[in-house]
Design a protein around this ligand. Structure first.
Ligand code: ZN
Length: 365
């Protein structure tokens, strides 16, 4: 008897209902707030400010212009930000809106807990000197607070120092201290990582991160992305990093990699951006570092980094690593690893892990 399989039709409305009841099973630790702004919002605000739009001025043209499609290098990848930073710098109302929309988008991707990061100094505007870094942080936290209530998500903030701007490091540390009980959970250093290849971290950066350690302020460091393995070692030893942003190039140094495995160092992996920034070339490597991390049961998470630029979101990050062979079990582990490596206080971390167990249907006892 022949049997012809009929396509299974699912009414659209059913999908929508499912979306509204999505289990919150994901934890995202590495995403830049200013790299996760909706294209629609950028388009609307560029138009309202009469800032020239790329191409024919359509939303599609803007998306095409912002999205990096070919791998090059980190600085080329970061170039896209130049198009849209005028929409938010010094504008507290817009910054709060971006933070709120961010929560909605993350919740829509099944995220239970997210740590977003940004440099408050990069949101200052010379034309609005009355707006301070404190005001900017308050605006983001206000957006997060509203987002948490509206979208049942937990969002916390990491403040970034920027490579090449060492004078701001101590102020970033002070801001972390000031807002530590209001939603800021740690500090980071981002930007032109390749520049540390020759010179290493500068005095002010080392001083700020050493003091952060003394004060119990959590630390993550962008390393081993554009810069070689040595940068990961420096992040651990000089900047006292508890987590490494990216860290792919740690694999170039076997001894250091073994140390990271032994010390259970957490790597915040961002699959699409790793390719678009040219950190990992799929033409030259046999396997992506994420695959090696999975083989070695390393402590890593899956993150989206800068969705505005990659035009890929958390679901696509999961899709790509699955296409490389990672299984559901690897991804579940990655989420629990992320929860354990989060910068939440211990009691909140325990609650998050319990919530994840519920979302995955794993019953305690
Ligand atoms: Zn990053």
């Amino acid at each position: 008897m022949s049997f012809k399989k009929k396509p299974i039709l699912i009414p659209d409305t059913l999908g929508e209902e499912l979306h509204d009841h999505l289990p919150k099973s994901r934890v995202e630790l590495h995403i830049h707030l200013d790299g996760a702004i909706r294209h629609e919002t950028i388009w609307e605000l560029l138009k309202s400010k009469n800032i020239p739009l790329p191409g024919n001025g359509s939303l599609t043209a803007l998306k095409r212009d912002l999205s990096v499609r070919k791998p090059k290098d980190l600085m080329h990848f970061l170039d896209g930000f130049k198009t849209f930073f005028p929409i938010y710098i010094g504008n507290l109302r817009v910054i709060e809106r971006i933070a709120l929309e961010f929560c909605e988008d993350e919740a829509g991707h099944g995220v239970a807990y997210v740590e977003a990061r940004f440099s408050p100094h990069l949101m200052l505007c010379p034309k609005a000197p009355e707006v301070t870094t404190q005001d900017i942080i308050k605006a983001v936290l206000a957006g997060f607070k509203e987002g948490e209530t509206k979208y049942s998500i937990k969002a916390r903030l990491i403040l970034c120092c920027m490579r090449g701007r060492p004078d701001e490091c101590i102020e970033v540390l002070r801001l972390c201290e000031m807002f530590r009980n209001e939603g800021v959970v740690g500090m980071d250093i981002a930007g032109d990582e390749a520049s540390i290849c020759e010179s290493g971290s500068v005095e002010q950066e080392i001083a700020a991160f050493s003091e952060a350690k003394k004060l119990g302020i959590h630390r993550t460091v962008h390393a081993g992305e554009a810069a070689p393995a040595k940068s990961v070692e420096e992040a651990l030893d000089k900047l006292h990093a508890e987590r490494i942003g990216h860290g792919y190039r740690v694999l170039e140094d076997e001894t250091l990699y073994k140390r990271c495995l032994k010390e259970n160092v957490h790597f915040e992996c961002c699959p699409h951006s790793s390719i678009f920034t040219g950190s990992v070339s799929l033409e030259h490597v046999v396997k992506h570092p994420v695959i090696q991390f999975a083989i070695d049961d390393a402590n890593f998470s899956i993150n989206s980094d800068d969705p505005t630029i990659t035009n890929t979101y958390l679901p696509e990050e999961y899709d790509i690593v699955q296409s490389w062979g990672l299984t559901e079990a690897h991804l579940t582990r990655a989420n629990f690893n992320a929860a354990k490596a989060s910068f939440l206080p211990d009691d909140e971390k325990r609650t998050l892990i319990k919530d994840l167990r519920k979302a995955y249907g794993v019953i305690d006892g």
